[in-house]
Design a binder for this molecule. Structure first.
Ligand code: FES
Length: 163
């Protein structure tokens, strides 16, 4: 990742901090913001590292730890919860052999929780990159995982890293 190139796309103003962080995280193959990048951001914006960390730590969409290339965001808001999001979460964990916030061994997936995704009519639901999945069952989840793995294998890669 060329940090300077990304920084150069933004004027060095604090108002641009969130956009800069998004761009840096999107450019990271592991979907995260390493400390060295945050130091560069602080220098560029003429602010302190702790001020940058304050923003990074405030927003759940940012991570300072490596994550999977594809982040599975499972809705945990009340309607999805009532419709079985806990069961869906257990299915995802079982199918991927990992736990919440722990990237899979191949670095492809991470599982995170999310607030309402705005598609309560198909609860329980989840989002992977820009794609939405509803009426979650083990079959739906398994199909999504297989399709992404297949895409990666065949090189038909769709970049869904969205931070
Ligand atoms: S409660 Fe899950 S999408 Fe709205």
């Amino acid at each position: 990742m060329d940090i300077q190139k990304i920084l150069g796309k933004h004027r060095p103003e604090m108002d641009n901090l969130i956009n800069i962080l998004h761009d840096l995280q999107d450019a990271s193959p592991r979907n995260y913001l390493p400390e060295e990048s945050l130091r560069e951001v602080a220098r560029y914006l003429n602010t302190t590292l702790s001020a940058v960390y304050g923003v990074v730590n405030y927003y759940t969409m940012f991570s300072t730890k490596p994550r999977g290339k594809y982040i599975i965001r499972l809705c945990q808001s009340p309607i999805c919860h009532m419709m079985g999001s806990e069961t869906a979460l257990e299915s995802v964990k079982k199918l991927l052999g990992t736990d919440l916030y722990e990237p899979t061994a191949d670095g492809l997936f991470s599982i995170e929780l999310s607030e309402c995704l705005g598609i309560c009519d198909v609860a329980p639901s989840m989002m992977v990159g820009e794609e939405i999945y509803g009426h979650l069952s083990e079959t739906v989840i398994s199909k999504m995982i297989s399709e992404i793995r297949e895409r990666e294998k065949t090189g038909n890669i769709k970049n869904t890293c969205d931070g």
